[in-house]
Design a protein around this ligand. Structure first.
Ligand code: G3I
Length: 328
């Protein structure tokens, strides 16, 4: 019996996992989820394309199964995600003739979607990723050009937070993004969130996705955590942690080299040492997948970014977090 992952960090530092629906019906995998974690995220099943049937109806049954599991086992749920440019049906932005709708119409649709969805789960979801990946550091104003932006304008982000807060005043509301430690992107996020706080827009935290690699500069990660935590009243969730074993784009191994797995163990160790140092502001860390063969990082090449391998065995990455002295 290996140690339970979540127990090493206590109740104010949730350890979560994102799983696809198939995991919920796999008893062995659910036993692992229960043993190691105390927070859960639906990897795809609470995104708009999964919930929307048409403008007036939803399919909540799959998402509700995550909620009942969480309630029966006392897990937190991170709701992922309300507004994103991916995995949202095209028709949501169009009228029956296929033309893009007006600003007024889209705002109404957004308000209805957010209030219906957040309302449905009200009291059962502790944290929502309200807006996902809206920053593009290559734009002069730092905002990604999406249909949300093009049709509504930059204010679409604050509207989303207001609507979510009205629908569930107790849920914590997060802005979530990747590469949040890149200086330009980091500064845009800092400015957006500080401005919201200053103007009383309801926002509780920043989600740092953390899709990193063994070569990621953890000093930059620390600088971003320092900066974000300087915003009064903001907490940080690490929302989508995984760590590629590759240092470049072109490699693709059939099997992971031993040295890479060991190196990954040491980098996970370093990362968690860093996260623990900020446990007054970092309140949750979610792994983006239960085992290597389920990771989205396998979509274009093989990778081994998580804590458990395809045979359910704990890797050096796990030991780096739980008991670093066993690392070779
Ligand atoms: O549901 C269809 C299925 O019907 C079809 O047979 C199959 C064949 O390709 O595709 C299935 O859809 C896939 C879906 O995952 C569900 O498995 C999509 O192709 C695939 O693109 C999709 O990938 C997801 C990705 O988001 C899409 O944007 C990943 O599982 C999911 O891990 C990933 O998660 C995102 C976060 O939401 C936001 N941050 C980045 C992160 C990684 O990309």
């Amino acid at each position: 019996e290996i140690p339970d992952l979540y127990e090493i960090y206590g109740d104010n530092f949730k350890i979560g996992v994102a799983v696809p629906y198939k995991v919920l019906s796999n008893p062995l995998e659910m036993k692992m989820v229960e043993k190691h974690f105390n927070s859960i995220t639906a990897e795809n099943e609470m995104k708009p394309e999964s919930l929307l049937v048409d403008l007036n109806s939803y399919k909540f049954s799959v998402a509700d199964e995550y909620i009942s599991f969480a309630q029966s086992k006392n897990f937190d749920v991170r709701g992922h995600t309300l507004l994103w440019h991916n995995q949202t049906p095209d028709w949501f932005f169009k009228d029956t003739n296929g033309n893009l709708v007006s600003r007024e119409v889209l705002l109404k649709r957004m308000e209805k979607y957010i209030k219906d969805v957040v309302g449905h789960f009200s009291g059962k979801i502790q944290a929502w990723d309200v807006v996902n990946e809206a920053i593009d550091p290559n734009q002069p104003d730092g905002l990604r050009r999406t249909l949300w932006y093009d049709i509504i304008g930059p204010e679409y982000i604050e509207y989303a937070f207001k609507f979510a807060h009205e629908a569930d005043p107790n849920a914590k509301l997060f802005y979530n993004d990747y590469n949040t430690y890149e200086p330009k992107k980091r500064d845009f996020i800092y400015n957006l969130v500080s401005d919201f706080k200053a103007r009383g827009i309801p926002i509780d935290g920043i989600g740092m996705q953390m899709h990193i690699g063994v070569g990621t500069d953890l000093r930059q990660v620390e600088e971003a955590i320092e900066l974000f935590s300087s915003i009064p009243g903001i907490e940080i969730h690490i929302t989508e942690l995984d760590m590629s074993i590759y240092k470049d784009q072109s490699s693709n191994y059939d099997a992971p080299p031993y040295e890479s797995l060991v190196e990954q163990g040491y980098v996970y160790k370093e990362l968690f040492t860093l996260l623990k140092k900020y446990d007054d502001v970092i309140t949750s860390v979610t792994f983006w997948g239960l085992k290597d063969d389920y990771s989205w990082k396998n979509q274009n090449r093989n990778d081994w970014p998580l804590l458990f391998d395809k045979d359910y065995q704990a890797k050096y990455s796990y030991w780096g977090i739980v008991e670093p002295t066993v690392l070779p």
